[in-house]
Design a protein around this ligand. Structure first.
Ligand code: HEM
Ligand SMILES: CC(C)=CCC/C(C)=C/CC/C(C)=C/COP(=O)(O)OP(=O)(O)O
Length: 317
């Protein structure tokens, strides 16, 4: 924290439910929760629908709580970035200590109830993910190194492993592959946004790659990570998590993603200024579809596997 005064600022007006809800970063968490949901349903262990619902709910609450803690700690930099200046704390709607209390309270609630509803491996992973995002990424890496999101991306990659652990009580090759896919996806996802958010991170003094190494280097980094991601994403088709449907989705989306990354790499700042970063904005949107479609395909493959097992069992009877 560089500006302690923000952390003790008082509220301008009465907070509404929507202001507290906004602290949970609900839009980002939808995709996070979807990956956890896929991790849970892709596991080869049937889970009672009510337990599955509770598990996904508690993972969502834990994720949201980590967002509130991130906003509490980052209130000073959020206040100077255009994209985040309207968030509940810098906007004076919610007092920092309220966000802190909400974040800690919901984190404890989510971890405890996930443990009681499923098992303590899943609850431990959820606690570790919250810790990683809040302490390792937000409090330490984000303001220290341009590798912040490469290492910190691990936080966003754990949810499918939490889902899988909720169903099985453990960790498996498939859940580690889902982690790796999300982990490799995070840098291109975020750096595309950093390119078109231009001055925000400079103004806030956050050492994002765009600030420390410039936009040209960031464009090259996006391309390299996209190529590595594509190799991994297509290889997953030939593992227990993949299959023919996944392969088609991965080939199509990775071809589009590589095309987008190549286009971004070739562009100069003048090209980007001329069309207001259209290619970079398009690539960021494509990144969201990319992850959603890959996890959707993993879910379909798990469903097909189960249908196959049911059919062969039916044949035996
Ligand atoms: C450390 C890793 C990550 C970083 C630094 C990052 C950064 C960001 C940022 C700064 C935004 C704009 C957020 C805003 O609207 O205020 C964003 C948007 C988004 N991110 Fe990420 N992200 C990361 C990981 C993830 C993960 C793992 C997921 C999902 C699995 C994800 C899903 C999304 C979604 C769905 C949006 C769009 C939200 C909207 O529509 O407004 N992100 N990301
Ligand atoms: C289950 C569980 C605990 C899930 C956590 C998932 C997780 C760590 C998601 C990270 C996504 C995210 C909002 C990054 C924003 O980075 P930032 O904080 O630097 O972005 P900002 O500038 O928008 O605040």
């Amino acid at each position: 924290m560089t500006d302690a005064s923000l952390h003790s600022a008082s509220r301008d007006s009465e907070a509404q439910f929507g202001d507290y809800f906004a602290l949970l970063k609900p839009r980002v968490m939808t995709l996070v929760v979807f990956t956890a949901f896929v991790g849970l349903l892709a596991a080869p262990v049937p889970v009672h629908p009510f337990i599955a619902f509770c598990a996904v709910l508690f993972i969502a609450v834990g994720g949201g709580a980590s967002g509130a803690l991130n906003m509490w700690w980052d209130a000073d930099i959020d206040a100077v970035m255009k994209r985040t200046a309207g968030r509940p704390i810098p906007a004076g709607k919610v007092a920092p200590e309220e966000a802190l209390a909400l974040g800690i309270g919901l984190s404890g609630f989510a971890v405890l109830l996930l443990g009681l509803a499923t098992n303590w491996v899943a609850a431990g992973l959820l606690a570790f993910t919250i810790f990683f995002y809040v302490v390792i990424y937000t409090m330490w890496l984000k303001r220290w190194t341009p590798q912040n999101i490469v290492i910190g991306g691990a936080a966003g990659a754990f949810p499918p492993m939490i889902g899988w652990a909720a169903a099985t009580g453990g960790i498996a090759v498939e859940s580690v592959l889902m982690f790796c896919l999300t982990f490799m996806w995070t840098p291109p996802h975020f750096w595309a946004l950093a390119l078109f958010m231009r001055g925000d991170y400079d103004n806030a003094g956050v050492p994002m790659l765009t600030v420390t190494h410039g936009r040209k280097a960031t464009r090259a980094h996006i391309l390299v990570y996209t190529l590595l991601l594509a190799a991994l994403a297509v290889a997953i088709a030939f593992t227990g998590a993949g299959g023919p449907v996944y392969l088609v989705v991965a080939v199509v989306l990775n071809a589009l993603f590589i095309k987008g990354a190549l286009r971004i790499w070739r562009r100069t700042e003048e090209d980007a200024e001329a069309d207001n970063f259209a290619a970079e904005r398009g690539f960021f949107k494509l990144s969201l579809l990319y992850l959603f479609a890959h996890f959707g395909a993993i879910l379909v493959e798990a469903g097909l596997d189960r249908a196959g097992v049911a059919l062969s069992l039916g044949g035996l009877l």
